[in-house]
Design a protein around this ligand. Structure first.
Ligand SMILES: Nc1ncnc2c1ncn2[C@@H]1O[C@H](COP(=O)(O)OP(=O)(O)OP(=O)(O)O)[C@@H](O)[C@H]1O
Ligand SMILES: [Mg+2]
Length: 291
């Protein structure tokens, strides 16, 4: 991550032995808050608890979201609290037990979380597809994004929610039958638990909005957002549809201001994605209301 702060960590011997590292190599230097570590027993990710200062544009957008009163989309209050790592690991374990792919927890305390590799973030696949402009890569990306959308809907059908689904927090790993486009989506960075402060239907509606905003923010995935939206619409419950309509109504109030900011070049891809997602949902909402 961008923060260059270095932290030296002393890992317990049982963790070192599980990773295939000799007990003499106890110090791991972690730069920033998240660090990849390639070990003889495979790649793992280390995450330390630290309240990070978001980038200026992110702080501005968050303030704007609060100011413009779409509270349903704001960060939930304790997402960076003291127990965030324990909560993330617990959530990953719970989801795995319910049949979802999440990284396996190797070690977790309030200060350090070590988890298995979850593949390449979908945001990176989107960036690669945009750069190469290769039709095959774009088709593969579409397939992976719709697969991830299906996982989100499956979570919702089980009465659960994700919290803050983003392309950068879902990984894809090649696997299965060995063909180049066969693989598995992994959910990670499960730090937000909005259902602690709102009904599950609201948290599910929020998942749908945040996912569509993120899809619309990346040029390589904005076309697939239409299909993702219609698939999620088809499987959502009536309560979630009602909650979604409420969020869209709130967004309607702030849309003109957001469009002005965007035309003035303020807000970047996230704001543009928000506007595009709103336009998309507005069209589909008419159909939601008849559900
Ligand atoms: N288990 C994992 N497998 C693969 N990549 C990972 C894993 N954990 C973290 N990463 C990589 O590190 C990045 C940051 O990790 P993570 O999202 O957990 O941290 P964060 O600080 O909460 O990020 P955010 O900015 O999304 O709030 C991820 O986007 C991903 O690229
Ligand atoms: Mg993340």
């Amino acid at each position: 991550m961008s923060n260059a702060k270095q932290t030296s960590l002393r890992l317990p011997n049982d963790v070192l032995s599980r990773l295939g590292l000799p007990a003499t190599e106890v110090d791991v230097v972690i730069t920033g808050y998240v660090q990849r570590l390639d070990t003889p027993n495979g790649t793992v990710w280390l995450k330390i608890a630290e309240s990070k200062k978001p980038a200026a544009i992110r702080r501005f957008l968050r303030a704007a979201i609060d100011l413009l009163s779409v509270p349903a989309l704001a960060r939930t209050p304790d997402s960076k609290g003291a127990d965030t790592l324990l909560k993330q690991a617990g959530r990953a374990d719970l989801l795995r037990k319910s049949g979802f792919n999440t990284p396996e927890t190797i070690y977790v305390t309030r200060e350090l979380y070590i988890a298995t590799h979850a593949g390449i973030p979908l945001s990176k696949l989107a960036a690669n597809a945009k750069r190469s402009d290769d039709l095959k890569q774009r088709k593969l990306l579409e397939k992976i994004v719709l697969q991830a959308t299906g996982e989100l809907s499956r979570l919702h059908e089980m009465g659960l929610a994700h919290g803050r689904p983003k392309l950068r927090d879902i990984g894809w790993m090649k696997g299965g039958n060995g063909s180049a486009d066969d693989g598995t989506n992994f959910l990670y960075d499960l730090e937000e638990h909005p259902w602690d402060v709102m009904p599950v239907a609201d948290a599910q509606a929020r998942d749908i909005v945040l996912w569509l905003i993120d899809l619309c923010s990346h040029s390589a995935t904005k076309d697939v957002a239409v299909e993702a939206c219609s698939r999620m619409r088809a499987s959502m419950t009536h309560e979630t549809a009602v909650a979604l309509c409420q969020i869209i109504t709130r967004m309607k109030l702030v849309a003109p201001g957001a469009r002005l900011l965007s035309v003035a070049g303020i807000g970047g891809p996230e704001l543009r994605g928000g506007i595009a997602a709103y336009d998309l949902m507005k069209t589909q909402m008419k159909r939601i209301r008849t559900v």
